[in-house]
Design a protein around this ligand. Sequence first.
Ligand code: DX5
Ligand code: ZN
Length: 221
Amino acid sequence: MNSCIAPSVLAADLARLSEQVEQVVRGGADWIHVDVMDGHFTPTITFGSPLIRALRRITDLPLDVHLMVEQPERYIEEFAAAGAGIFTLHPEATIHLQRHLAAIRNRGMLAGVAMNPGTPLGLLEEVVDDVDLVLVMTVNPGYGGQGYLPASTDKIRRIRALLDARGSRARLEVDGGITRATIRTAWEAGADTFVAGTAVFGAQDPAQAVRELKTECTSEA
Ligand code: DX5
Ligand code: ZN
């Protein structure tokens, strides 16, 4: 599977959003990652559907929406209508996980499950056929700019093994602390989709930063 880079606009200069998105598109970004936080599941509050709608007008790239909110199912319809392409929720924040994954697909979006560092893999086994993407949090959610948790690497390996054993074609995305120094470790462990906030938008040249991350996760590197 081709690797996919998803810059997170959490780290972008929102006063120059369209310019920043244009820069990462020029660098070869595959998706745009949007971190939705509600001040309950995470300490901070970030964005809602108005930002998704704005991004939809700026770019044709898939919008990879990561919901760090309680009861994320409340937003399936609203975010689909706003133009989200991937809707990823946390099982820690909801009860009827399988039902909501089915609803996301029914609404025409890819369905993702995101797992906090402390969340065991077991529940993924129960819904593996219902997911298009598994997002492994490689930091505890809430803020950009944190360091990659080393224990994540083994978790990525175990999820890769589970997906392969079950014949799943779901993407395996990592999110948090992904930089030029950590991306290759995650890729070698089996991740194929990489969220990067600070490493891209904190760089002098975001387009070049995307290109550099890409070179770390190809077989030729
Ligand atoms: C963290 C968010 C991440 C964040 C990553 O809670 O889910 O997507 O934007 O930021 P960096 O790449 O700076 O760790
Ligand atoms: Zn995220």
